[in-house]
Ligand binder design. Structure first.
Ligand code: NAP
Length: 309
């Protein structure tokens, strides 16, 4: 099946949903393709406290509000698990189920996917005590000890979130330097349920009757090993861009992030990138939304100038 639009947005996170608002308000026939639920990382974030105008709100609420807004001017929400984009006068966005979406302009806003620890015992315990989403699975940790891996904003924020359920939260960091913002570090440090273990790397996930029975960690310098008596493990060690379907196009850096100019356009004419999937300095909801707005507006102006609208 082929479906034709003026503008196709791949990914319904903050970048894609903002682009949908701008593109549809400008009058473009817009498709917003998503393979999961709309909201992107917002769905996995407990509280958002740096979206201007809203002091604090659950990520899921902001996701729902953005989604309703994104389709309120006529953008069409479509299911699509994209496997390839073919360039041409009309670009073809090819999906796993055989559906082909075509449009002269395409925006990729697929964000990033969580990294795995890559240690023994991890894979077989995913969903059996290992979770990459505290908001989704934190409640299973009621009155239990858990470990969070990483020293960035995600690890520290989600550790604080987990303290409302868990009796104790260990934060395991491989260095003694945080990547998180100061306010987030203070919140974690001042929480009596949190113990921060610096210079330790996770070595092995222990099993107990098919579920997580502990986490072995080793000191980065001395090699000294410790066994944390945890039943839950939440790795927050960063993420990689979701750009596998773009491999054939010259638009990625070595890490797989999209390279875009100030108009959010790649070297492929009328192919845009926005949000966390791009090579950039600050990955935030607000910067993703900004990228999405710029990309949609740039596409609209270019399509108009080429008489393609
Ligand atoms: P991040 O900032 O890249 O931090 C990743 C953490 O995991 C670092 O402490 C890193 O240690 C550690 N790490 C990486 N690989 C590891 C491994 N194999 N074993 C053990 N530890 C490992 O990732 P993030 O926290 O997911 O954040 C991603 C982006 O989203 C950032 O730009 C962040 O600012 C943004 N974000 C913002 C907010 C907010 O503003 N509220 C919330 C969440 C995320 P090293 O430092 O040693 O590399």
């Amino acid at each position: 099946m082929t479906k034709d639009y003026d503008f196709i947005i791949i990914g319904a996170g903050p970048a894609g949903m903002t682009a949908a608002v701008y593109a549809s308000r400008a009058g473009m026939r817009t498709a917003l393709l998503e393979a999961g639920a709309p909201g992107g990382k917002l769905l996995k974030t407990n509280k958002i406290s740096n979206w201007p105008g809203i002091k604090e709100e659950p990520g899921s609420q902001l996701a729902m509000d953005m989604f309703e807004h994104s389709t309120s001017f006529g953008a069409v929400y479509e299911y699509g698990n994209v496997t390839e984009i073919r360039d041409g006068e009309r670009k073809q966005v090819i999906c796993q189920d055989g559906t082909v979406f075509t449009a002269p302009a395409v925006l990729v806003a697929t964000g990033t996917k969580e990294r795995l620890l890559g240690i023994p015992g991890e894979e077989e315990h995913i969903g059996r005590g290992i979770s990459y989403c505290a908001v989704c699975d934190g409640a299973f940790s009621r009155n239990q000890d858990v470990a969070v891996i990483g020293g960035g904003n995600s690890a520290l924020e989600e550790s604080v979130y987990l303290t409302q359920f868990a009796s104790k939260v260990y934060i395991v960091m491989r260095r003694d330097v945080f990547r998180a913002e100061q306010a987030v570090i203070e919140a974690a440090r001042s929480n009596p349920k949190i113990e921060i273990l610096q210079n330790y790397r996770p070595v092995q996930v222990m099993d107990k009757e098919g579920k997580v029975g502990g986490l072995e960690i080793a000191h980065a310098q001395s090699g000294e090993k410790k066994l944390l008596p945890v039943t839950g493990i939440f790795p927050y060690i960063g993420a990689d861009p979701v750009t596998g379907f773009l491999k054939e196009l010259p638009v990625l850096d070595k890490q797989g992030y999209m390279l875009v100019n100030s108009e959010m356009e790649t070297v492929v004419s009328l192919l845009y990138g926005a949000g966390d999937v791009c090579q950039k300095g600050l990955r935030q909801v607000v910067t993703a939304a900004s990228d999405g707005a710029i990309a949609a507006q740039s596409a609209f102006q270019k399509l108009r100038s080429l008489a393609l609208l």
